[in-house]
Design a protein around this ligand. Structure first.
Ligand code: RIB
Ligand code: CA
Length: 314
């Protein structure tokens, strides 16, 4: 029996973040969720924090420690994505306002204190939104980087190019300076870019399977993806919503679902034209040292059978 992996989820819920949090909470034998840190991204911090609590209560886990983090990027104005996620950030299901508390400690200090309290290479950070909290923690306490087992993040794009600009994916675009700090930190990084997450599409059959669970969680997830798919259907003509963030948690549970390359990835932070682009050296044309495992493919059917089975446990 392997020991459950210790993780911190850093998130900007967001319907897809919500499904990622539910997948983690449905897998306590594999994942020891030390806490959830909220960051500004899809919507403002007050809403990402509220949505994280709504999701924990939906999963029957009001005990989860939730921390508020940075309410804006490190060096730019906040750009949000209500056009994708709706005004609340969690449009779709009607869910009750949360009663569980937010912790008093700032998310950045929670990340620092938690890593300092654990052994080397023992805590996995799972950023699902802009990397502001993670970068601030690394800047404030560089000693904690040796405690990080792996950063498994959703962000970036190469073959899929950008979803916010022709060059940049949202999470990296919102805080490119933070992303640069994380990608240059030297900690082991695994990236779930749009190249992979655009293959995790909630087709009608897959959404029907969520609904067929007949549970509050299954119904809420189906209603979230019914809302969340509009943007991608309109823009890409996709057959359904891309479940970006759950790819991060699915990787922790069944890494064999994913394939990619260990390559160099740099972040554009100078040019406004390509700001936030993940410059992924997929073909090894530079002598820049590899710093990230950049995923390129996914077993989508395997992903959805894992996700649906686990959601059915809540
Ligand atoms: O570009 C997709 C990413 O941006 C996802 O994490 C989504 O939740 C938004 O944060
Ligand atoms: Ca997100």
């Amino acid at each position: 029996m392997s020991v459950a992996r210790k993780i911190i989820i850093d998130t900007d819920p967001g319907q897809d973040d919500a499904v990622a949090i539910l997948l983690a909470l449905a897998s306590p034998q594999d994942i020891n969720l030390l806490g959830i840190t909220a960051v500004a991204g899809n919507v403002h911090l007050d809403l990402t924090s509220k949505n994280a609590r709504i999701i924990c209560e939906l999963a029957g886990r009001p005990d989860i420690a939730i921390f508020n983090g940075c309410d804006r990027p490190m060096g730019r104005d906040l750009v949000t994505a209500e056009h994708v996620h709706g005004k609340s950030g969690l449009d779709g299901p009607i869910l009750p306002d949360p009663e569980m508390p937010v912790q008093d400690q700032h998310a950045v200090d929670f990340i620092i204190d938690t890593l300092r309290a654990h052994d080397s290479n023992s805590v996995t950070l799972c950023p699902l939104g802009p990397l502001t909290n993670i970068a601030m923690a690394f800047e404030k306490a560089p000693d904690i980087m040796g405690k990080v087992q792996e950063v498994v993040l959703m962000g970036g794009a190469y073959f899929e190019v950008g979803n916010m600009t022709p060059a940049a994916e949202f999470n990296i675009y919102v805080d490119p300076q933070a992303a640069k700090i994380v990608f240059r930190s030297g900690v082991p990084i695994t990236v779930m870019p749009l190249d992979v997450t655009h293959k995790a599409l909630v087709t009608k059959e897959r959404n029907d399977a969520f609904r067929a669970l007949g549970t509050n969680v299954g119904t809420a997830v189906a209603q979230m993806t019914d809302f969340f798919e509009r943007f991608d259907k309109e823009k890409y003509g996709s057959p359904g919503a891309p479940l970006h963030d759950p790819c991060v948690i699915a990787y922790l549970l069944q890494p064999e679902l994913f394939s990619g390359r260990h390559i160099n990835v740099e972040i554009e932070t100078q040019s406004e034209l390509t700001m936030g682009m993940t410059v992924a050296d997929w073909w090894g044309v530079t002598d820049r040292a590899p710093n990230a495992t950049f995923m390129g493919d996914l077993d989508a059917d395997g992903f959805f059978s894992l996700l649906t089975e686990r959601l059915g446990r809540l």
